[in-house]
Design a protein around this ligand. Structure first.
Ligand SMILES: O=C(CO)[C@@H](O)[C@H](O)COP(=O)(O)O
Ligand SMILES: [Co+2]
Length: 220
């Protein structure tokens, strides 16, 4: 059985109690904490930036997985790494020099990820797949939590898993982000997903730790 990582997105947490929300994630079976950074330009929403990441980093014992939904992400890589990011994912659509940006992320000591929007085909990964640590398939249009899962993400996951195998990148992590619930988690895992992001499904549930464990159980 392949390992599965659950990465709850703090975008859906109670910001008034972010310290105790992160503490709850520390005690859960989630291996990563997903941090959605939005600039109001690349996506039509603004979330949070460095001070919030630094605050989370003081409390978190899990890997901080930073998803940059921002223009010109290359200008901020080293600052995000210093603020506590261990995985940094930039958007393919925001990076004219994506190969260089991947190297910058690695030079900053982080795992390098590239995300694609629902309208971007997985084939854009072809010439960077050997350099990537992580490929993030958006299963909603980025910008907001709580949206409905776009089922074509399952087909994209299968195609990307085949591409990674052909390219000989056995360690590539495929991450799926947006609208993940128990209605699609098993299909995504079987299609080849290694990391499932879940925001509202976890934080809106009565028992978030149990919900995380339930998501993880699809890998058993
Ligand atoms: O990057 C994004 C949205 O742009 C995601 O990480 C969402 O924050 C996930 O939230 P849910 O769809 O699971 O509520
Ligand atoms: Co995200």
């Amino acid at each position: 059985m392949r390992n599965l990582i659950i990465a709850p997105s703090v975008l859906a947490c109670d910001f008034l109690n972010i310290g105790s929300e992160v503490q709850m994630l520390n005690e859960s079976k989630a291996d990563w904490i997903h941090i959605d950074v939005m600039d109001g330009v690349f996506v039509p929403n603004i979330s949070f930036g460095f001070p919030v990441l630094e605050a989370i980093n003081k409390v978190a014992t899990k890997v901080l997985d930073v998803h940059l939904m921002i223009e010109k992400p290359e200008q901020y890589i080293t600052t995000f790494a210093k603020a506590g990011a261990k995985v940094i994912t930039v958007h393919y659509e925001a990076c004219p020099h994506v190969h260089r940006t991947i190297q910058q992320i690695k030079d900053a000591g982080c795992l390098a990820g590239v995300a694609i929007n629902p309208g971007t085909p997985v084939e854009v990964y072809q010439d960077i797949i050997a350099d990537l640590d992580l490929a993030l398939i958006m299963s909603v249009n980025p910008g907001f939590g709580g949206q409905k899962f776009i089922p074509n993400a399952i087909n994209k996951t299968k195609r990307l898993a085949e591409m990674a195998a052909k390219a000989g990148n056995a360690s590539l992590k495929i991450e799926i982000d947006g609208g993940v619930t128990m209605a699609n988690a098993a299909d995504l895992y079987q299609a080849g997903a290694d990391v499932l992001v879940a925001g509202s499904f976890v934080f809106a549930s009565k028992d978030p730790k149990a919900t995380i464990a339930e998501l993880l159980s699809v890998a058993n």
